[in-house]
Design a protein around this ligand. Structure first.
Ligand SMILES: Nc1nc2c(ncn2[C@@H]2O[C@H](COP(=O)(O)OP(=O)(O)OP(=O)(O)O)[C@@H](O)[C@H]2O)c(=O)[nH]1
Ligand SMILES: [Mg+2]
Length: 71
């Protein structure tokens, strides 16, 4: 099975989570999508996204690191 992955990284408060919320609202009935939500401190974004999909929304709290490594 082919899995396509997109990595959204941008400045704080630039609209990443809003873009993902709208994408899930629009396409989650047609396309199987899962989200891994990385955050330096909280799982607030994962909680926001979980309201829009029953697909896996995994929060990774990095304790300060500003990006997720693939592993
Ligand atoms: N005007 C406008 N506001 C937007 C847009 N997208 C998001 N916002 C607003 O910008 C604010 C931040 O949006 P988020 O989606 O939480 O941004 P984020 O990049 O996930 O923020 P962090 O996770 O804190 O880095 C919210 O108040 C959104 O409603 C947009 O396209 N236009
Ligand atoms: Mg966010």
């Amino acid at each position: 099975m082919a899995v396509r992955a997109f990595n959204f990284v941008s400045s704080p408060v630039s609209g990443k989570t809003t873009l993902l919320e709208r994408t899930l609202q629009s396409l989650s009935q047609e396309i199987h999508m899962a989200v891994v939500a990385g955050d330096v401190q909280t799982h607030n974004d994962a909680d926001r996204l979980a309201r829009h999909t029953d697909q896996l929304v995994q929060a990774v709290v990095t304790s300060g690191a500003c990006h997720l490594d693939a592993r």
